[in-house]
Write a protein that binds this ligand. Structure first.
Ligand code: FES
Length: 320
């Protein structure tokens, strides 16, 4: 998909630490269509590439709305948005892409943690009132973006941690009808807590820093050991199309090793959530650490996110 340009029409402080961007086509034309759950790949003026959920109205083809949390300990993209992007800034964009689509269901439960509210916002706007409920937790009310827009809707429970504590997931999931589609977006801890309580249809997207495992920490997390574990020496990766084999040492990511042999390999978030680095596995058993693939895709072992994934055995063969 080719890159296009967007201009920042305005900047809105949506909450403490959350900056909203309204983006338009520089020539005033219609923007590519999208559906709730979609995200946009944005190239910032520094050249950094980041992915942000679209959180505006899909029917408004003239404007994209993004909400960006300032993460001071992040990799610099959110700092750039908060300090160097303003009205008139031109950004590059690709997409929109949708790896988090709204599936048909009789009833929905949405669970948002912090900035994880952004992909869920257009979803709740798209659904008839009474068919869904939303639990939205944040650090404090002032830090919860879109709280006013949401509190006008029936079915929304806002839970600021400083005054109301953590989301009461036990109460939310007790007695939930089996066919309910559950959507959860937030940090890994929240996703895990929801997974622990719900075995029905679950759609997740992770936001915030965390889960990418540190290279070399992964051996113990392989579950069945059927092909052994990545040993203390790391593992070998054959890049079949390039005719190269690279070694992935325990302290190194698979993506890093691959980039040495294939400098143009596509990647973006390096945290296992954007899907850009998805690669076909031709042989060996991948060990997944991403939040992109579904259970069936993981179990099939035919594809993986090489930015965070590793090998369960001593050798992998990739279609690169
Ligand atoms: Fe985003 Fe790998 S680069 S999932």
């Amino acid at each position: 998909m080719s890159m296009f340009r967007l201009v920042v029409r305005s900047v809105v402080e949506e909450a403490d630490g959350v900056r909203g961007l309204l983006l338009t086509d520089p020539a005033g034309g219609d923007l590519p269509p999208w559906e709730p759950g979609a995200h946009l790949e944005v190239t910032l003026p520094s050249g950094a590439i980041r992915h942000y959920s679209l959180c505006g109205d899909p029917a408004d083809r003239s404007t994209y709305r993004l909400g960006v949390l300032r993460e001071r300990a992040g990799r610099g993209g959110s700092e750039e948005v908060h300090t160097r992007v303003g009205g008139g800034t031109v950004l590059g964009a690709r997409g929109p892409f949708n790896r988090f689509p709204l599936v048909p269901a009789d009833r929905y439960l949405f669970v948002a943690g912090g900035i994880g509210i952004t992909p869920l916002l257009p979803m709740v706007h798209a659904l008839p009132p009474g068919s869904w409920s939303l639990l939205y937790g944040g650090r404090s009310l002032a830090a919860m973006a879109y709280r006013e827009e949401l509190s006008a809707l029936p079915g929304v429970t806002l839970v600021p941690q400083d005054t109301a504590g953590l989301l009461d997931l036990d109460a939310a999931f007790s007695g939930l009808p089996a066919g309910t589609a559950v959507y959860c977006c937030g940090p890994e801890g929240l996703l895990r807590a929801v997974r622990d309580r719900w075995s029905g249809p679950l759609h997740t997207e992770r936001f915030g820093s965390a889960p990418a495992p540190r290279p070399g920490e992964t051996a113990g997390s392989a579950s069945d050991g059927s092909e052994g574990f990545e040993g203390p020496e790391g593992f070998e990766v054959e890049l079949r199309r390039s005719g190269r084999t690279v070694h992935v040492a325990p302290g190194r990511t698979l993506l890093d090793a691959v980039r040495e042999a294939v400098p143009g390999v596509a990647y973006s978030c390096e945290e296992g959530w954007c899907g850009t680095c998805e690669t076909k596995v031709l042989a060996g058993t991948p060990e997944h650490h991403d939040s992109v693939l579904g259970e069936d895709e993981r179990a099939s072992g035919t594809t993986m996110m090489i930015c965070v994934g590793r090998s369960r055995g001593t050798r992998l063969v990739l279609d690169l």
